[in-house]
Design a protein around this ligand. Structure first.
Ligand code: C2E
Ligand code: CA
Ligand code: CA
Ligand code: CA
Length: 241
């Protein structure tokens, strides 16, 4: 199943995105988190059909919410793995998921990691350009943890960088992490990209990121990833904006 985690705009306080995150709940057993099965799915190639299911489910849910006037204007963010990106015609998979659900491309954001780009920069450029031309938003996930050539950033049709949680965790106590976050925010802004910080858990982290001009945050401080019913409950209780 998918759980959804809110992404909040720091200037307006508004909910601007929901990231779809996979969960595996075997009946009568404890929930299994993606860290425990995605690497295996990547190895076996099962990530391709699983990823396709994620895309179709997230687009269908997004269409439902947009039709109901719930989460209006809130983008749905979906993770794409490197293998998924490289092994199939990802553009037609995305097109099919959009067409089948009736979800507008501009309501969808795809999160890719630096390794997607660095694996095959030439092919990735073309694929990303086609996705971007369709109107789908693109962001670089876990930014700063992989190897990327900064020169690609200006060549790729990317909309946002996500500062990895590992840099955010100690941002208020570790001068190096603070410096990295500051540098990523400055880099993103000078390239006209939005920047979103992952894993924000405390008011102190939020205050630091706000002061540095970070655009959006995602993390337990705002909300954990939630099942659909819990998320809708929070929304109707006005606990999320
Ligand atoms: P990610 O894309 O970097 O997603 C963010 C992870 O950080 C999620 O873990 C989320 O639950 C967790 N998180 C968010 N806020 C906080 C916080 O404030 N504190 C802490 N400690 N953690 C926070 P999750 O759901 O376990 O997912 C782990 C990774 O699995 C994701 O990292 C992503 O790389 C992968 N993943 C999840 N769903 C999918 C999917 O549908 N497709 C693919 N290809 N990968 C997925
Ligand atoms: Ca992600
Ligand atoms: Ca990730
Ligand atoms: Ca991350």
């Amino acid at each position: 199943m998918l759980h959804y985690q809110p992404q909040m705009d720091l200037a307006s306080g508004a909910l601007v995105g929901l990231e779809a995150l996979l969960r595996w709940q075997p009946p009568g057993q404890a929930m299994i988190y993606p860290g425990d099965f995605i690497p295996i799915a990547e190895e076996t190639g099962l990530i391709v059909p699983i990823g396709e299911w994620v895309l179709r489910s997230a687009c269908a849910q997004q269409k439902k919410w947009q039709d109901a006037g719930m989460f209006a204007g809130v983008r749905m963010a979906v993770n794409l793995s490197t293998r998924q990106f490289g092994q199939q015609d990802i553009v037609s998979t995305v097109l099919n998921a959009l067409a089948e659900s009736g979800c507008s491309p501009s309501w969808l954001e795809l999160e890719i990691t630096e390794s997607v780009i660095m694996d095959n920069p030439q092919a990735a450029t073309e694929t990303l350009q086609r996705l971007s031309d369709m109107g789908v938003h693109l962001s670089i996930d876990d930014f700063g943890t992989g190897y990327s050539s900064l020169s690609y950033l200006k060549r790729f049709p990317i909309d946002a960088l996500k500062i990895d949680r590992s840099f955010v965790r100690d941002i208020t106590v570790d001068a190096d992490d603070a410096a990295i976050a500051q540098a990523v925010i400055a880099l993103a802004h000078s390239l006209k990209l939005k920047v979103i910080a992952e894993g924000v858990e405390t008011a102190e982290q939020l205050a630091f990121l706000r002061k540095q001009g970070c655009d959006q945050i995602q993390g337990y401080y705002v909300s954990q990833p939630l099942a659909i019913d819990k998320l809708e409950q929070l929304m109707s209780d006005n606990k999320l904006r």
